[in-house]
Each structure stands twice: as C-alpha cells, then as structure tokens.
Design a protein around this ligand. Structure first.
Ligand code: URA
Length: 230
C-alpha cells in the first residue's frame, strides 16, 4: 500500500519530503465503508437512478443541448462515500459520455489514488451535464438549470463527503464568489443533510500550475480526515 501511495504521489510530482506527510498508520481503517444514512431530500420527480438518467439524457433545459454530442451524466459507485464534483464536460468527455476522461481526468485518478481511492470506488459528476462550447465558463443560468440534477444525484448516492474540484464548481455549489484559496481547507456543508463538502484545485489547473500540487495534496489529506470523522 505504501509503495502504491508513493507511486501515485509521484504522479502528482510531489517532492520526497512531501511523501513523508501523514500516510494512514498501519491498521488504520480503510476509507469509509458503508454509506451513511443521510437524509438529503430528492427533488420532486426523480427518485431513482433510471428516471434521473433518462431525464438528463434528453434534457433541453438550456441551449447547451443544441451543441452537445451527448450528456455526461456521471460515473462510479452509486453508493460511494466520496462524491467528486467537477465543472463541466470538456471535448473528450462530450465525445465519450463520461466525466474526467481526458488529461485532467488522469490526474484526478492519481489524486484519488493518493488517498487510497480507486476511480470506480467514488462517484464522479459535474455541475453541468453538457459541454459549454469551446470550454467556456458555465453561465449562471446554465448552472441554475442543471444544478437540480446534481442535487438529485447527491440525494441518491448519500455520500459521506463531497469533494469539489475547481473554483467554478465550488462557487456554484456554495453560492459563493470567494476565490478558491479562501474556500479550501475548511469543511462546508451542503444541502438539507449538511453533507461535509471540501474544496480543492481543479486537476486541469494543476496541470497548468504544478507548483500548486502540494496544496492539493494538503486538501486531499484534509478531505480524507473529514470523510473519516465527519
Ligand atoms: N473538467 C471538468 O470539470 N469535468 C470533466 O468532466 C472534465 C474536465
């Protein structure tokens, strides 16, 4: 396990002294097991995965429906303890119909592995289910139309923690205009069930600004503690 962790931390390009940063002690419990019984109310209409998937796949609530190749619903363990939220599909995601499959997705996988999580152990979705043309930022109206789908996904998964990557997703979920640097390293609460929500840098940003990977590693360790302790 330690060798594996080292391997993934190296994928984050962290220097050796950072590799000695707290790893789980021997015998420390694995990441949370069964999902907690949180009581996020489902929005009216969609109370199960099949109907929610169906509605998203044919959604025309905003103009992105006219430019998308397909919707990108989300992927992963429907009973996950960790729910990862990104901004919106990019070109590759729009093509494949799955979130975080491009270069940023590879780094996201490494980030998750660094805290002992396989990609398929978590649930991954975006605030927007459709790609904004040319990867422009989502508009406030697009976020408002699409956010109920994410809220319904969260109500179905009932995660122990929501890990939000990037400023846009964080601001959208928190209804905040604060910069990411002010939102990270603290436990926010989301929805009626007040699910713990932790913010870190977007992997695409980390690819452009590798010096920030160290801070992302601090955030991941922080999130791991929150997931274990609530
Ligand atoms: N960036 C995101 O925020 N989401 C994706 O699915 C891919 C890239």
């Amino acid at each position: 396990m330690r060798a594996l962790r080292r391997e993934y931390l190296q994928a984050l390009d962290l220097q050796p002294w950072a590799l000695r940063a707290p790893a789980p002690a021997p015998g420390e419990p694995a990441l949370p097991g069964a999902a907690a019984a949180l009581a996020l109310p489902a929005a009216p209409g969609d109370t199960d995965w099949a109907s929610l998937r169906g509605r998203v796949s044919v959604c025309t609530r905003c103009a992105l429906s006219t430019t998308r190749t397909q919707t990108v619903f989300g992927v992963g363990n429907e009973r996950a303890d960790w729910f990862v939220v990104g901004e919106a599909p990019g070109a590759e995601e729009d093509k494949q119909g799955e979130p975080f499959v491009g270069r940023a997705g590879q780094l996201l996988n490494s980030m998750l592995r660094a805290i002992g999580l396989a990609r398929d152990a978590v649930f991954i979705a975006n605030v927007l289910k459709c790609r904004p043309p040319n990867n422009r930022d989502p508009s406030a109206a697009e976020v408002a139309e699409c956010l109920p789908y994410l809220e319904q996904q969260l109500a179905l998964v009932k995660p122990k923690i929501v890990l939000v990557v990037g400023r846009i997703a964080a601001q959208s979920l928190l209804g905040s205009e604060a910069p990411l640097g002010k939102l990270r390293q603290q436990t926010h609460r989301f929805g009626a069930a007040r699910v713990p929500l932790v913010v870190t840098y977007h992997p695409a940003y980390l690819l452009r600004s590798p010096a920030e990977k160290r801070k992302a590693w601090e955030d991941l360790k922080y999130a791991r503690k929150v997931a274990l302790n609530g």
